[in-house]
Design a protein around this ligand. Structure first.
Ligand code: MRU
Length: 365
């Protein structure tokens, strides 16, 4: 996507230095900063401390981390070490383990002297595949948006609601939930997107920044506003991303997603999830019982970061001294509340049968 007229992916290899570069998302939407990742600790820290974030981007970053390390030491023991260090950075998004397992499985049979080049090619392939998967998700989601638009008077916007940032910043490009929005806007369909702020990290501000940069109409709303807007007929469709979806269609996504799905069901509003296939955890059937939910630092809740009038970006405390704080970062929306999954191979029901029919080559036996 373009930033000030320049095309970016969220992670790339710098042509001149060959360094891996990322957009340091901690500073957005206020400042656009690029950072280089070179050491294992830098890769791990960038994932853990959310310089990069979003399930697909976490996976791609891990793959680039493996490639960076294999260029220094391609032994079996270092491969295992890199896998373990990166896999321990965040527990919920399955794309991390998916990418690391894919790298290790591909590299292990190779002689050590071939591993640096092979891991480099694999990281690039994982990034390129993510871009294409998301483009396809966008095309399938576009059909859903087009259907809604066709039932409205000409020129009236389709009103979407999204939670968190499942945008191009959370992937390598296009985004998952935002890809249908970008493609609909590019096709000339008027849109208005209700963007949940998504406390505590306010990823909604990233979504708002993305949509604004693409010229898509949107309103940034508090996390609790969605139900009210739905009751008043102001939302046509909800689209969110996912960090891990079970083989049975339970969707784990940013904390607060479940409440939006409940409100959507109560108001007969379609609730869709944009789902790239690497985000399916085929080994898990019960999302609520089996998916580990990340507990993030208390300071993310007790403090809120923004730009001060003097231009500085710093956190300010919003809680009283001494209050205990809880910060579960994800929740699970049961499959029964999900209208459909928008995958790169088409839209399907949130069920094991439907996912297996669409991905027979990936489904568990
Ligand atoms: O904690 P984050 O910012 O890494 O979480 C990302 C999300 O939960 C997003 O909602 C997204 O849907 C999943 S990645 C496309």
């Amino acid at each position: 996507m373009k930033v000030d007229g320049v095309s970016y992916r969220s992670i790339w290899r710098d042509a001149a230095s060959d360094e891996v570069r990322i957009i340091d998302q901690r500073w957005l939407p206020h400042e656009f900063r690029v950072a280089a990742l070179n050491t294992l600790e830098e890769f791990a820290g960038a994932i853990r401390d959310m310089w990069v974030r979003g399930a697909p981007l976490i996976g791609a970053t891990a793959a680039y981390g493996v490639a960076s390390e294999m260029a220094k030491n391609a032994s079996d023991s270092h491969l295992d070490h890199v896998h373990a260090v990166l896999n321990a950075t965040r527990p919920t998004a399955i794309n991390l383990a998916w990418a690391l397992d894919r790298c290790r499985t591909a590299l292990r049979p190779l002689p050590e002297h071939e591993r640096a080049m092979a891991s480099r090619q694999l990281a690039d392939a994982i990034a390129d595949e993510d871009v294409e998967i998301n483009r396809q998700i966008g095309l399938h989601g576009l059909s859903l948006i087009r259907d809604i638009a066709s039932q409205k008077p000409a020129g009236e916007p389709v009103r979407l609601l999204t939670h968190c940032n499942a945008g191009w910043l959370a992937t390598v490009d296009w985004g998952t939930a935002t890809s249908p929005m970008y493609q609909a806007a590019d096709a000339g369909i008027p849109l208005h997107v209700w963007v949940d702020e998504t406390r505590p990290r306010n990823q909604g501000a990233l979504t708002a920044w993305e949509l604004g940069s693409h010229g898509i109409g949107h309103s940034y709303i508090t996390d609790n506003a969605g139900g009210h807007l739905m009751q008043h007929g102001l939302v046509d469709m909800v689209i969110t991303g996912t960090d891990r979806t079970t083989a049975t269609g339970d969707v784990c996504n940013k904390i607060g997603t479940y409440l939006k799905a409940l409100a959507a069901r109560d108001n007969d509003i379609p609730f869709y999830v944009a789902l790239p296939s690497p985000t399916i955890d085929w080994r898990v059937a019960d999302g609520v019982g089996e998916i580990p939910i990340e507990d993030r630092p208390a300071t993310e809740v007790s403090h809120i970061q923004g730009r001060a009038p003097d231009g500085g970006i710093s956190p300010v405390q919003v809680t009283p001294e001494g209050s205990a704080v809880g910060n579960p970062a994800f929740d699970v929306t049961p499959a029964r509340l999900v209208t459909g999954l928008i995958t790169e191979r088409g839209v399907c029901a949130a069920s094991e049968d439907a996912l297996t029919a669409l991905f027979p080559d990936l489904a568990r036996a």
